[in-house]
Design a protein. Structure first.
Length: 63
């Protein structure tokens, strides 16, 4: 679904967004909370649908 770089970018946006909106006292705004909920949900859903890459080099070394 998302690449590793996209997940890191979303985590950074979420962290900085919580920091900035907390300082500016907008964290209680329902629109801001909805945006953060969508970003957090995308990150969590990506964890469940992450596919482990097949490492063929490890298989060859065992044989």
């Amino acid at each position: 679904m998302l690449t590793d770089q996209q997940s890191l970018i979303l985590c950074g946006i979420m962290g900085m967004g919580i920091f900035v909106t907390g300082i500016l006292d907008f964290l209680g705004n329902s629109v801001v909370l909805a945006i953060f909920t969508l970003i957090f949900s995308a990150i969590i859903i990506n964890l469940f649908f992450w596919k482990h890459p097949k490492e063929e080099n490890d298989q060859e070394n065992i044989d």
